[in-house]
Design a protein around this ligand. Sequence first.
Ligand SMILES: *[C@@H]1O[C@H](CO)[C@@H](O)[C@H](O)[C@H]1NC(C)=O
Ligand SMILES: *[C@@H]1O[C@H](CO)[C@@H](O)[C@H](O)[C@H]1NC(C)=O
Ligand SMILES: *[C@@H]1O[C@H](CO)[C@@H](O)[C@H](O)[C@H]1NC(C)=O
Ligand SMILES: [Zn+2]
Length: 305
Amino acid sequence: MASDKCSSFLLAAAAVSVFVLASAPAAHSWSKEGHMLTCRIAQDLLEPAAAHAVRNLLPEEADGDLSALCVWPDQVRHWYKYRWTSPLHFIDTPDQACSFVYSRDCHGPDGAEDMCVAGAIANFTSQLMHYNHGSADRKYNMTEALLFLSHFMGDVHQPMHVGFTSDQGGNTINLRWFRHKSNLHHVWDREMILTAISEFYGKDMDAFQKDLVQNFTTGTRSDDVSSWGECEDLLSCSTKYATESINLACKWAYNDVREGETLSDDYFGSRLPIVTRRIAQGGVRLAMFLNRLFGEHDHDVAPPA
Ligand SMILES: *[C@@H]1O[C@H](CO)[C@@H](O)[C@H](O)[C@H]1NC(C)=O
Ligand SMILES: *[C@@H]1O[C@H](CO)[C@@H](O)[C@H](O)[C@H]1NC(C)=O
Ligand SMILES: *[C@@H]1O[C@H](CO)[C@@H](O)[C@H](O)[C@H]1NC(C)=O
Ligand SMILES: [Zn+2]
């Protein structure tokens, strides 16, 4: 595996910190950059009550920065204690079906119900519903619930995290990304983001992030942002997000791609807007979840009976 050097980007007002990342042979994992972006966008949109709750729940070493820990679930998924979380990062749907049916598709490899990214979002959302209701349910670690929810909200928006079963969401579709070897899953997890940052933003992730936020707040692509936050029932909206992802995977990711081919300018130019839109959408929706979960006026999110 190639090791990519890259800087990580933090949102507009925040300081820029630079990391050197060695990329692991990542299966089913929206890149570190994608997760950080989604979480920075979300944290910036928090209302005071939610911002306060998030700061309370974050461990001290995060220094109040949610994005610093948004990749934590990817880091622990192979540890013995957290091995059960491994199926929670994605959904395998039937080949060519181009649909997500919760009862059919949301299960672990052994068939355990709800063990997929849509079920995980509902699970950790329902755990966090106890936070505002006096003594948080002692059974659950609220810090972990926050980190899992924040991470999985990113994953469910990566179209190839809701992909076909036989190719493991594109992981087994080997191809070239410009000159180097890659696979279709990784192109969507990371390659397009890194190529955009290096080609258009002088490797400055902060500049990329500013442009992205600007485009979706006041810029050319702000038109549909207000509808992103619509969600009647926090416990079922992840199904909608997963459905959007498999639809995008079919229309834009798998479409016209063959094993062994080289993807370059045409694919990049036409798909990058999808990637940036999904990152922004994940951020807006994570903020909506946290604002409702931790808001002072939380009567619309009663915990399940
Ligand atoms: C929900 O979280 C608990 C631990 O916090 C875990 O035991 C359970 O398997 C999780 N279920 C899903 C669907 O994520
Ligand atoms: C909650 O989880 C975090 C992260 O794993 C851990 O550092 C912390 O000690 C846990 N808190 C409790 C009360 O177990
Ligand atoms: C922002 O919008 C401009 C103009 O449409 C576009 O060229 C650019 O790629 C967009 N940047 C991001 C990060 O979405
Ligand atoms: Zn993940």
